[in-house]
Design a protein around this ligand. Structure first.
Ligand SMILES: [Mn+2]
Length: 406
């Protein structure tokens, strides 16, 4: 592997799900195209590539029907591999979608026995996660939805969903686990419609829970883009609500099924603004990839995919620093802020002493309506920065210029 400034390092906090690089290329129309890779091999290879850790569903590691003895042996060997290759498990989750018992949902199933089994399986997956050191537990309700609205009252489904999450937060508190939940939204697929379809819906739902302080979100790039939404805006809202506990990075062509493509493979500019936001807002969580290699690839392609996700993130992180140091871009932003009368009116808070002044203020409506925004100029500068032709421009940070021209 050729090493350069974008080579992934442990401190970059990159993680992959076992199910991502372990994806065998099966789809609704075709069978697996790659042999399985064992969790221990995945840990070894990802560590060599510079990843910080791996995340897993319970059944990525322990088969659904494993005995207690089998489970213990598997977990013991996996822990040894984690130690040998200095890899962490920051997040764990539960598979509530693959087995036929979940065909009509887990938490929102009409059958109380299925809801009970869902809680049992999830509590066991939480125990496994705690055993492996995970501090975040992701819940993705892939089967929590409907094809037929007559089958479930949507209000009743939300009530059951809430009861399930409340039960689990009580369990975690009762066990004194250092564990928080991160809810992952998706609008559809595999169900015709999935409940709580976007990160915004999730944020609203969390406020109705018994212990909202330990429940946040795990937004996925592709899932929000499937809803036609601006992922960067959704992430900003999650950060603003102090609810961005985890993130699923991948990519997606617009208007299609959930593709889980290599990070940044399609949406370079949106992902540039996403990485800029994550880095500049001080996001402390994992940079987790929930994506997989194209079905055309063999195992070598899988590792190229994994390395590509991490390198693209680091390149965009570098581009964000370049944006902050680019004199022309920063001067333009400054000029725009000044032209718009920044700080001329106190707008941040209502004040009964100054409200009268604001109500009587005279605005040059005509001039304000006519002014150009200069966004064409600004956005073209951003394009050229991302496309890599602004590496030799005058910069506030000479080191960055030097690094860029190497
Ligand atoms: Mn996905």
């Amino acid at each position: 592997m050729n090493r350069d400034q974008f080579t992934p390092k442990k401190e970059d906090r990159f993680t992959f799900g076992l199910w991502t690089v372990g994806n065998r290329g099966r789809d609704p129309f075709g069978d697996a195209v790659r042999p399985p890779i064992s969790p221990v091999s995945i840990v070894k290879k990802l560590s060599e590539l510079g990843a910080y850790g791996v995340n897993l569903h319970d059944n990525d590691l322990v088969p659904f029907d494993a005995t207690n003895a089998e489970r213990e042996k598997i977990v013991r060997e996996f822990k040894t591999a984690l130690k040998d290759y200095d890899m962490q498990v920051p997040m764990a989750t539960v598979n509530l979608f693959f087995h036929p018992i979940f065909k009509d949902g887990g938490f929102t199933s009409n059958d109380p026995r299925v809801r009970a089994f869902t809680l049992q399986k999830t509590m066991r997956a939480i125990d496994l996660g705690v055993d492996l050191g995970a501090k975040i537990f992701v819940l993705w309700g892939g089967r929590e939805g409907i094809e037929v609205d007559a089958s479930k009252c949507a209000l009743e489904a939300l009530k059951h969903y809430r009861e399930g999450i409340n039960y689990l937060t009580e369990y975690v508190k009762d066990q004194k686990y250092d564990m928080k939940f991160a809810l992952e939204a998706k609008p559809n697929e595999p169900r015709g419609d999935i409940y709580l379809p976007t990160t915004g819906h999730m944020l609203g739902f969390i406020a109705t829970l018994d212990h909202p302080e330990i429940v946040g979100v795990n937004p996925e790039v592709a899932h929000e883009q499937m809803s036609g939404l601006n992922f960067y805006h959704g992430i900003a809202q999650a950060i603003d609500a102090k609810k961005l506990f985890h993130i699923d990075l991948n990519d997606q062509k617009p208007g299609r099924y959930d593709q889980d493509l290599r990070f940044g493979s399609e949406s370079l500019k949106p992902m540039f603004f996403l990485v800029k936001l994550l880095e500049e807002s001080g996001y402390q969580g994992s940079r987790h990839f929930d994506a997989h290699a194209y079905r055309t690839e063999d195992e070598e392609g899988v590792w190229n995919f994994a390395l590509g996700c991490m390198r693209t993130y680091n390149i965009l992180k570098y581009k964000a620093k370049q944006f902050a140091a680019d004199k022309e871009i920063q001067d333009l932003l400054q000029e725009l802020a000044t032209e718009r009368g920044k700080d001329q009116y106190k707008l941040d808070k209502y004040d009964r002493n100054t409200v009268g002044k604001l109500k009587e203020a005279q605005f040059d409506i005509d001039a304000l309506s006519k002014q150009g925004a200069k966004y064409e100029q600004l956005d073209q500068l951003v394009n050229e920065l991302i496309l890599g032709v602004r590496t030799r421009v005058a910069s506030k940070d000479e080191n960055l210029v030097a690094a860029a021209s190497r």
